[in-house]
Structure formats: structure tokens, C-alpha cells
Design a binder for this molecule. Structure first.
Ligand code: PEP
Ligand code: MG
Length: 580
């Protein structure tokens, strides 16, 4: 038996046969070349790059035909990396100055990329080195005459293990037979991980030493919740994981049975539970988990990892497939929330000392009205086909709301003149995630149809704690009295203006905070699909009176630690009472 630890990137446990796909790195050997041969080596490099481009283009059209256009952004990324001037010029320069073969020069270029990416602070961007590696592997394979084979057809109960599984592979995977995914590279924010979660396939990344062909066909257990892989499990371990799997599946299936139960408290108070999504595939999962629509669709994912911003038509098609996936429930489309830690490759972002306080989200959209109008047009066109709400991110004050709404009105008029249908009564909301927006919530509430609190950013900006800095994570306190007071004020202002108070930050899916959010009076909570049923289960065991009491009690404490302790005590009390 061998146990391989890794990173848990998609939850669930599966037992099957290991299928090792030979995607190991090509071994590159270095040899000297003559000065006069340098030009030939550079030519070999260019030919291999051109061949790789042809290979990727044909994969792109194959995927477009078989799985649709929605996810082709990763191939765009790979094509963009291939066009990167540095890839060509640095590798050619290494060939000419060091007089070595093209393969090893390319390998040295890859090393430079690795060093540059290792210094990037943002995890998402740092992990994009995986895309660079995949592309360079392809070029190396082309030089060696090998092709990057697509994943083979799978026998039933396969658990695929490969150095890398690209998002393209994921889209082609036979989901009836493949039960899990193990990779040597990648992390939680890789596109492969996002797709694994969207497809509900257990996945573990960052596993080392498992990719030997000799292990192909071995019995294997993958635990995507704990982040561990066991090959050739002994009978006791097998039993332990089998029990764990049954337990996990039992809990999930019991929870799934409640998917159609209404999200109401014991005394009949209803709260809308909706899903947060990034790609249309997640829509089905939101519905299966009982979500009644989408409270946050992060559109920026469509704009990332590509050399050109998506045009109106592409946006329209993707938003429409998202809407189709969750019909007849409503879809809340957030306009582009780029900038800060979410830079777009297709845009020249100015260098900023403090990007998180910089040209981002609504500010960025307002600074490029033509691009913004494309997005608004696409959203409005989709609104003709079902319930769509529009939501502006990172609003700090009234002028931004007015400017955004003015552009929206312009687009409406243009569509009207052109005879293009759209929902004339489309609801417009703002995200409340900047402390200034909390302070002027009364003014904002008069101009919009709903608020949606982005607690991820609201906590970050209220407490001045970088949400991505793991060293400060103990200071990132959702129950800080300043945050609590803001959360209370937002609902109060929304309700006194007669509009809905929604909340779509990660906090919405945290069981401990649920009584507080319910007690404060939030009308809608939106979260990752995986949290919906657990949240509903807890909610159905509460009474409105009790959650109001719990929420009120939080304001008797002066620190986050005290509030958390108080909440845990209240929950223990309630659980003990329910057992009595
Ligand atoms: C938030 O800030 O809470 C939010 C939901 O938006 P994002 O996480 O995309 O910034
Ligand atoms: Mg946010």
C-alpha cells in the first residue's frame, strides 16, 4: 500500500482503478551546436511552435464542435503564451549565445518563466505557470516528433492520474466512467480544479511520485475532501475509506433529499438560497442542491486568460447558457469585477502601487464605456429570455451608481431603437463591499432595487486586512464588531427603503454565522452550490425568534473572539436542547 498526500481541490471519495496517463515531462538533453547551425536550431524551434499552434487550433475547433464555445478560453491562453514574444526571442537568444540545441534552450526559457512566476504574490496568477509548462511541453513534444495524445477512452471506474490534466482534457473526459482526477501539478484555483468541482468529480492535485506506468491498473482510493490518494490499499485501509465514502455519500444523499424542501425556518419564515457561479456548468449543480437561482455570477472568469476581451455576441451566448442552466430561476449577473488581483491579459492595466485600491471593478468598467456597454448590451439581450438581474461591483458612492445606470439607459435606448428585445423592468443592484457604501447605504438604497453584500471584500476593506494574505488570516474576522455593525446597518437601510438585502460573500455558506445573518434579517443568501443544503438544513431547524435573539446577543460583545465564543455556546445549547 502506498499513501500519497496532495491538495484537496474537489471534494468526494472514489474507489477505482488507477489509469496513469503518460503526460510526464519530456526528458531534455543538452548538446552543443556549431555557430553556423544556430540558425537551423532557431528554425526548428519556430517550426515546432507553428506545429503546436496548428495542433491547438484543431483541438479548439474540435472542442467547439463537441462541447461548445464556453470554455475555450484556456486554449486561447495557450495560444497567447505561444505568441509571447519572450518565448521566441529569449529562446532564440539562448540558442545563439550559448550554442546549444533548441530543446534545452526552450527548457532554460521555461526555467526563467518559473522563476518569474514564483515571485508573483497572487495565487491565481502564480498558478498560471501550469499553463506555460503545458504549452512548452507541447512544443517539446512536437520537436521530438511525439504528439500530445488526448486522454484515451476510459474503462469503467477509472481514476485518472497524470502529470497535468488540462481543462481541455476535462471537457473531453468520459464522465460516466471517470470517477476521479489526480495530478502532479495544479492547485485549487486552476481551471482544471474549477471544472472538477463544477462536474462534481473528486480531485487531488500536487501529488508526487504516483505517475509510474507500473502503477497503471492498480486499485486506488482518491479522497478529494482530505486531499489524499491511496494506491493498493490494504484491507483495513480500504475498509476505513469505504466507510468514510459511505458516510460522506450517505450525508450527501440525505442532504440531497432535502433539495426540494423550502428554505424556511421552523416558524415558516422564508429566505432565498441561491448559488454563486463562475461558469455555466455550475448551474446544474446549483439546482441539484436546491438553489433557487444564482445570486452571484462572476463574469470576470470569461474575460480571464485570453488575449482579447470577449465581444458582445460571445458574452451573450455564455450568459444565455448560464441562464438556460438555471431556468426558470433568476440569474444575477455581476458586471466585470476585474483589476486588483484579477488582472486581464487582454488589457493594458496600468502599474499600480495598490491595485486592490486601484483601477478595478466598476471604476475600470466606467473608464472604458464602450467595453462596458458591450457587457450591458449582452446582459440586457439575455434578459429578454428569462429572469435576469444586473449587479454592479465595488460601488463606493452614488456617482458611480448613477454613471453606470446612465450607460445602462443609453444601451436600453439603443436596443429599443434597434428593435432588440430586453426586460425593460430589469432589476439593478449594487454590491456593498466598501465601507463607504455602508455609510451611504441610505443614499444608495434609493437608487437601486437590491443590495448584495460582498463580505469577502467588505471584511477586507473594513479591517484593512488583505484577504489573500494567509499570514494575516487570524485578523480576517467576520464577527468583528465593525463588520457586524455594518451588516446590521446594510439590512436596516435596505429594508427602510423597501428593497431586498442579499449577501453573497463566503460568509453566507458558513454554518456558524448563519443564525446571525438570518437574525439580522437578510432576505437572500448566495453561496457555492456545495454549501446550500447544509445551510438549508440548519435554517430549517431554527425559529425566527431564536435567530433574532442570537443575532442581538452578538452586539453585547466587544471583540470578534468573544462573539465567536458566544455563537458556539448558543449552538451547543440548541443542539443539546434538540437532543433532550
Ligand atoms: C465578495 O467580495 O464578498 C464577493 C462576493 O465578491 P468576490 O469574492 O468576487 O470579490
Ligand atoms: Mg468582492
Amino acid at each position: 500500500m502506498q499513501v500519497f498526500p496532495g491538495i484537496a481541490v474537489s471534494p468526494g471519495i472514489a474507489v477505482g482503478r488507477l489509469r496513469v496517463v503518460d503526460r510526464r515531462r519530456i526528458n531534455v538533453s543538452e548538446y552543443p551546436i556549431l555557430q553556423e547551425d544556430a540558425i537551423l536550431e532557431i528554425e526548428r524551434l519556430e517550426v515546432a511552435i507553428a506545429d503546436t499552434r496548428t495542433e491547438l487550433e484543431s483541438l479548439k475547433s474540435h472542442l467547439a464542435e463537441t462541447t461548445g464555445e464556453d470554455h475555450l478560453f484556456f486554449i486561447e491562453t495557450h495560444l497567447m503564451i505561444l505568441s509571447d514574444e519572450r518565448l521566441h526571442s529569449e529562446t532564440s537568444a539562448i540558442i545563439s549565445s550559448n550554442l546549444i540545441n533548441a530543446e534545452s534552450a526552450l527548457h532554460r526559457t521555461l526555467q526563467r518563466y518559473r522563476e518569474a512566476f514564483a515571485n508573483i504574490e497572487d495565487l491565481y496568477l502564480r498558478e498560471r505557470i501550469n499553463d506555460v509548462e503545458t504549452v512548452i511541453e507541447r512544443v517539446l513534444k512536437c520537436m521530438s516528433g511525439e504528439k500530445t495524445e488526448p486522454l484515451p477512452k476510459h474503462e469503467s471506474r477509472s481514476i485518472i492520474a497524470a502529470h497535468d490534466i488540462t481543462p481541455g482534457d476535462m471537457l473531453q473526459i468520459d464522465r460516466d466512467n471517470v470517477l476521479g482526477i489526480i495530478t502532479e501539478i495544479g492547485g485549487r484555483t486552476s481551471h482544471t480544479a474549477i471544472l472538477a468541482r463544477a462536474f462534481e468529480l473528486p480531485a487531488v492535485a500536487g501529488v508526487e511520485g504516483l505517475f509510474e506506468p507500473v502503477l497503471d491498473g492498480a486499485p486506488v482510493i482518491i479522497d478529494g475532501t482530505a486531499g489524499v490518494v491511496v494506491v493498493n490499499p490494504d484491507p483495513e485501509t480500504f475498509q476505513v475509506f469505504l466507510n468514510r465514502k459511505h458516510h460522506y455519500e450517505y450525508l450527501e444523499s440525505e442532504l440531497l433529499k432535502t433539495a426540494n424542501l423550502p428554505a424556511v425556518t421552523l416558524d415558516g419564515h422564508e429566505i432565498k438560497l441561491r448559488g454563486n457561479v463562475e461558469i455555466p456548468e455550475e448551474g446544474a449543480s446549483v439546482l441539484r442542491h436546491g438553489g433557487i437561482g444564482v445570486g452571484l455570477y462572476r463574469t470576470e472568469i470569461l474575460f480571464m486568460n485570453r488575449s482579447k476581451m470577449p465581444d458582445e455576441e460571445e458574452q451573450f451566448l455564455v450568459y444565455r447558457s448560464m441562464l438556460e442552466a438555471i431556468k426558470p430561476f433568476p440569474l444575477t449577473i455581476r458586471t466585470l469585477d476585474a483589476g486588483g488581483d484579477k488582472l486581464l491579459d487582454g488589457m493594458e492595466h496600468a502599474f499600480e502601487q495598490n491595485p486592490v485600491l486601484g483601477m478595478r471593478a466598476i471604476r475600470l468598467s466606467l473608464s472604458m464605456p464602450e467595453e462596458f456597454k458591450k457587457q450591458l448590451r449582452a446582459i440586457l439581450r439575455v434578459s429578454a429570455e428569462g429572469a435576469v438581474r444586473i449587479m454592479f461591483p465595488m460601488i463606493s458612492g452614488l456617482d458611480e451608481v448613477r454613471a453606470a445606470k446612465e450607460l445602462l439607459e443609453e444601451v436600453k435606448l439603443e436596443l429599443k431603437v434597434a428593435g432588440v428585445p430586453f426586460d425593460k423592468e430589469i432589476k439593478v443592484g449594487v454590491m456593498i463591499e466598501i465601507p463607504a457604501a455602508v455609510t451611504v447605504a441610505d443614499l444608495l438604497a434609493r437608487e437601486v432595487d437590491f443590495f448584495s453584500v460582498g463580505t469577502n471584500d467588505l471584511i477586507q476593506y473594513t479591517l484593512a486586512i488583505d484577504r489573500t494574505n494567509e499570514q494575516l488570516s487570524n485578523l480576517y474576522q467576520p464577527m468583528h464588531p465593525a463588520v457586524l455593525r455594518s451588516l446590521r446597518r446594510i439590512v436596516q437601510e435596505a429594508h427602510s427603503a423597501g428593497i431586498e438585502a442579499c449577501l453573497c460573500g463566503e460568509m453566507a455558506g458558513e454554518p456558524l454565522y448563519l443564525p446571525v445573518l438570518l437574525g439580522l434579517g437578510y432576505d437572500e443568501l448566495s453561496m457555492g452550490a456545495g454549501s446550500l443544503l447544509r445551510v438549508k438544513q440548519i435554517m430549517r431547524r431554527c425559529t425566527r425568534e431564536r435567530v433574532i435573539q442570537i443575532a442581538d446577543g452578538c452586539f453585547d460583545f466587544a471583540t470578534a473572539a468573544e462573539v465567536e465564543m458566544y455563537l458556539k455556546r448558543q449552538i451547543t445549547l440548541d443542539v443539546a436542547k434538540s437532543i433532550d
